[in-house]
Design a protein around this ligand. Structure first.
Ligand code: FES
Length: 145
């Protein structure tokens, strides 16, 4: 029921760990399952994401989506990273079972939270970025994917 890419990223997750003195750190929790995700971003003076790492107390789908999400944001500008949705991450993984879609939100939300942290530290505003929620509630679950 999982694609080969999901299984690969679950068994060999990319970018696990943390970044010391990260430009931005974001932590979010999933209200539905209680799982937690933390993302670290290293962003240079040109607002390019040089490195991205994650740590999670999450399920296999959360690990796989975070692994793919961190791969996708690396080398991107802050604004490009903001456009990477959980849908794009799922597509890059050749899909997830519907019951696991909420897991993919953890990575997207944690990236947004880390970008928000970066913007706060720098005193800048990132167009289109809203203050992150610390918990992912039911509303997102009901969105039409
Ligand atoms: Fe919690 Fe997947 S079940 S993140």
């Amino acid at each position: 029921m999982y694609s080969e890419k999901v299984i690969d990223h679950f068994q060999h997750p990319r970018n696990v760990g943390e970044i010391e003195n990260a430009s931005g750190v974001g932590t979010v929790g999933n209200a539905k399952c209680g799982d937690i995700m933390r993302i670290y971003l290293d962003i240079d003076d040109n607002q390019i994401i040089r490195d991205c790492k994650f740590k999670t107390f999450g399920c296999g789908a959360a690990v796989a989506t975070s692994s793919m999400a961190t791969e996708l944001v690396k080398g991107k500008s802050v604004n490009e990273a903001l456009q990477i949705t959980n849908k794009a991450v799922m597509e890059a993984l050749d899909g997830l079972p519907p019951v696991k879609v909420h897991c993919s939100l953890l990575a997207e939300e944690a990236i947004h939270a880390a970008l928000w942290d970066y913007a706060q530290k720098k005193g800048i505003k990132i167009e289109g970025l809203e203050k992150p929620k610390t918990d992912i509630g039911e509303e997102e679950e009901n969105e039409d994917y």
